[in-house]
Design a binder for this molecule. Structure first.
Ligand SMILES: [Zn+2]
Length: 459
C-alpha cells in the first residue's frame, strides 16, 4: 500500500493513533537491533544486514497488522452484515481467527463470521474487502512463487524463495498454487489485447513502411505421462506434440515480441487458438510473413487466419533436409558432400527450386538410404516449391527463417519442460506452457488477476 491509502484514513485521530502505534513498533524493533552493541566484537556488514533481514519481518508484519486494524476497524467490529447472495441481514455467529502470511510478514486478525440460513452460506465481509486468500500465504506471495517456478523446479523454487525473502513456503504449496493459476490462464488473457498489439505495431512502424509481422508456427515434442491414480505405478511416458505459434514484429533495430502460445493439443484446437490471436491484429497495418517447416497442418491454419501472408518455408529446416541427403549420399566424401549442399542451398536461395528437383532426380543414389532420403527431399521440395523464394524475401526485408527467434521457442518449451527425467501429465504441462507464455507475452499480471478474482470470494 502506498502513502495515498494511509491518507484516506479520514479521522485525524485514527491517523495520529496509527502513527503512535508504529512508533511503538519501531521501538520494539530497535530493541532487537540493539543487541549488536552488547557484543564484544565488531560485526561485519553482512552480519548486520542479516540481522535486519531476520528482524524486519516481525516489525513490518506488526505494522501491517496495525494498519489493517485501523483501516478496517468497522468491518472487524461488525455485528450485522448483508448476505452477499440474497442481501438478508444476518447477525454475527462468532469471531473467527485468520492467520495471513504476506511478503511483509505474518498478520493475525480476528474477524466476525456470518451465516445466512436461507442460502446456507458462511461469509466474511472483511475477507472480501481486503481480498483474503483462503490459503495462509496470501496473493502477493502466490504471485511471485508461481512466477519463479515457471523457471525452476518446485522444490528449488521453495529454497530460492526462502533464501531471498525469508519466507518459508513448501514445494507442495508452490505446486498447488501453480496448478490453480495455470488452470485459470486462458488464451483470452495470455494473448495481449488488440490495443496492446496495436501499440507494439506502432512502435515498429516507420513513416515509410508498414512493419513486417512474422507468424511462425511449429511443433515440439514433449515428454508426457498419464495421470497416475493413487495405487497405480507412475505410467510409462510418451512423447506428445506441443503445437504453437510465435508472432513478432521486425523493426529496424530489434525484434518486438507480440504473442506466444503453445499447447499439447490437436491441430483443430491449434487453428482455433491462432484465429483468436489473428482477430486481435489489424492485418492491414502490417506486411505479414508466415514461417514454418513442411508440416501441412500449420500451413492450413496460417493461410486461413492470415490470407494475405507471404508463405516462407523456414530456411533452416529446409537446409537440414538437404544436409540429411548429403550425409547418406556422400558419407565417405565429406568435402564433396559439403560442395553439393552449398550448391543446392544457393540455387534454392535464387529461387531455382525446379532445377534443384531436376538435379535430385538425376542423382545416382549410392545406397538404399540415400535413395530413400533423395525421394523424401524431392517430395518435400515439390510440396513447398511456392515457399522458397528466399532471394525475393531478403530483398523485401522478409525473414527467411526463424533462427533468431528459435531461442524464444527454447525458452517456452524446452528449458523447463525437457529437464531430464521430467515427464509431464498433459494438463500440468499445458498449465506450465500457458504460464510461460503469459510471462513472455507480458500478460502474467492479467492472468494472475483472473485467478485472484476466482479465488477471493469464498462463499
Ligand atoms: Zn442469503
Amino acid at each position: 500500500m502506498g502513502p495515498a491509502c494511509i491518507a484516506q484514513i479520514s479521522d485525524p485521530d485514527s491517523k495520529e493513533q496509527f502513527r503512535q502505534m508504529i512508533h511503538n513498533e519501531v521501538d520494539e524493533w530497535v530493541d532487537e537491533l540493539l543487541c549488536v552493541f552488547d557484543e564484544d566484537r565488531q560485526p561485519t556488514l553482512m552480519e548486520m544486514s542479516e540481522l535486519f533481514t531476520r528482524t524486519k519481518q516481525k516489525f513490518l508484519g506488526d505494522c501491517l497488522q496495525r494498519m489493517i486494524e485501523e483501516k478496517y476497524a468497522d468491518l472487524l467490529e461488525q455485528e450485522y452484515a448483508s448476505c452477499p447472495k440474497c442481501a438478508k441481514r444476518c447477525k454475527k455467529r462468532f469471531d473467527s481467527p485468520k492467520e495471513m502470511v504476506t511478503m511483509q510478514g505474518a498478520v493475525g486478525v480476528i474477524r466476525p463470521w456470518f451465516f445466512c440460513t436461507d442460502c446456507s452460506i458462511g461469509f466474511s465481509p472483511f475477507d472480501d474487502a481486503i481480498e483474503v486468500s483462503r490459503k495462509k500465504h496470501q496473493f502477493d506471495i502466490q504471485k511471485k512463487a508461481v512466477n519463479l517456478s515457471a523457471d525452476v523446479t518446485f522444490s528449488r523454487g521453495s529454497e530460492i524463495f526462502e533464501d531471498l525473502t525469508g519466507q518459508s513456503i513448501s514445494d507442495h504449496f508452490i505446486h498447488e498454487t501453480f496448478e490453480a493459476v495455470g488452470s485459470e490462464a486462458h488464451l483470452e488473457d495470455v494473448i495481449p489485447t488488440e490495443e496492446e498489439i496495436a501499440k507494439r505495431i506502432k512502435q515498429a512502424s516507420t513513416n515509410k513502411w508498414r512493419p513486417i509481422l512474422v507468424v511462425a508456427s511449429d511443433g515440439a515434442h514433449l515428454p508426457t505421462r498419464p495421470k497416475a491414480g493413487r495405487s497405480d505405478k507412475r505410467g510409462k511416458g510418451q512423447w506428445q506434440e506441443a503445437k504453437g505459434f510465435r508472432i513478432y514484429l521486425l523493426s529496424k533495430s530489434r525484434i518486438i515480441h507480440v504473442a506466444s502460445w503453445h499447447q499439447i493439443q490437436n491441430e483443430a484446437d491449434f487453428g482455433k487458438d491462432l484465429a483468436l490471436a489473428a482477430s486481435r491484429i489489424r492485418q492491414d497495418s502490417v506486411r505479414i510473413a508466415l514461417l514454418g517447416d513442411g508440416a501441412d497442418w500449420l500451413w492450413k491454419h496460417m493461410r486461413t487466419c492470415f490470407p494475405k501472408g507471404r508463405e516462407i518455408l523456414d530456411y533452416y529446416h529446409c537446409a537440414e533436409h538437404i544436409y540429411k541427403v548429403a550425409k547418406v549420399q556422400y558419407g565417405d566424401r565429406p568435402i564433396k558432400g559439403l560442395q553439393w549442399v552449398e550448391g543446392t542451398i544457393s540455387r534454392l536461395f535464387f529461387s531455382e527450386v525446379d532445377n534443384v528437383i531436376t538435379g535430385l532426380r538425376r542423382m545416382k543414389p549410392n545406397n538404399d538410404d540415400a535413395k530413400e532420403e533423395i525421394r523424401k527431399l524431392i517430395v518435400y521440395l515439390k510440396n513447398n516449391r511456392g515457399k522458397t523464394h528466399y532471394r525475393g524475401d531478403r530483398a523485401g526485408g522478409y525473414p527467411i527463417g526463424s533462427g533468431g527467434i528459435e531461442s524464444a521457442n527454447k525458452f517456452i518449451c524446452h528449458t523447463r519442460m525437457k529437464r531430464s527425467g521430467a515427464w509431464w501429465v498433459k494438463e500440468t504441462g499445458n498449465e506450465m506452457l500457458r504460464i510461460h507464455c503469459a510471462i513472455y507475452n507480458g500478460t502474467y499480471d492479467k492472468v494472475f488477476n483472473t485467478y485472484k478474482r476466482a479465488h477471493v470470494h469464498h462463499y
